[in-house]
Design a protein around this ligand. Sequence first.
Ligand code: MG
Length: 255
Amino acid sequence: MKKQFLTFVVLVASLGTASLVFAQQTTPPPMPPQATEFYTPVPPKVTPGAMNNQAPSDAIVLFDGSSLSGFVSAKDGSSPAPWKIENGELVVQRGTGDIQSKLAFGDAQYHVEWSAPTEIVGEGQGRGNSGFFLMGIYEVQILDSYESKTYTNGQAGSVYKQYPPLVNPLRGPGDWNYYDIIFKAPRFDKNGMLTSPATVTVLINGVLVQNNVILKGPTEYIGIPNYKAHADALPIKLQDHGNPVRFRNIWVRPL
Ligand code: MG
């Protein structure tokens, strides 16, 4: 019995050695570094904006301080956007409703700057609340949560009620914050089934706060998010939450 076992071990060991030798003989030569280097297509050259957050050369400017022509009322999607421009800044007009871009977007990079009211009114979700709604239904929260407590997955830079921001790099009321947002739209098949969820990366003032998170569906105030099939491209929405939040420099680069 012992001898048989020993024979078995020797057999297995020799087979192993044989296969090792075989593997060594058939291993291809090492790959040259050039094999993983490609030269086309060449990424188009884009002139970056200056540090004052000027839009880059290939961006679609939605708001540059001069007019609200890039937006309409979200109530009917066609009447003029009812917010005001003061000193080149777009100011939410309480009770007039959300506004939305005239153009529709799917995958895109966004830049938006906002400033919370200096006259502090309210607490938590009632202080300096607005929102940047990707495709009109996925909210990246805008809120004066600089020194005001609220639920973490509802503070500035949260994917509303889905993901709190990784850190809080906000500037205080009256100062300007900027968001850079990289969004991948969800995909649906022709039967309306979700084939790939939306993802989003968000930087506040250049600091990463959402690292390619997977959205669970539209951001809901109440209840569990659930995807419903929608168009490949939809307008972005800015929220009237009753606070005179100010905006400037809103641009987008469709991807
Ligand atoms: Mg909001």
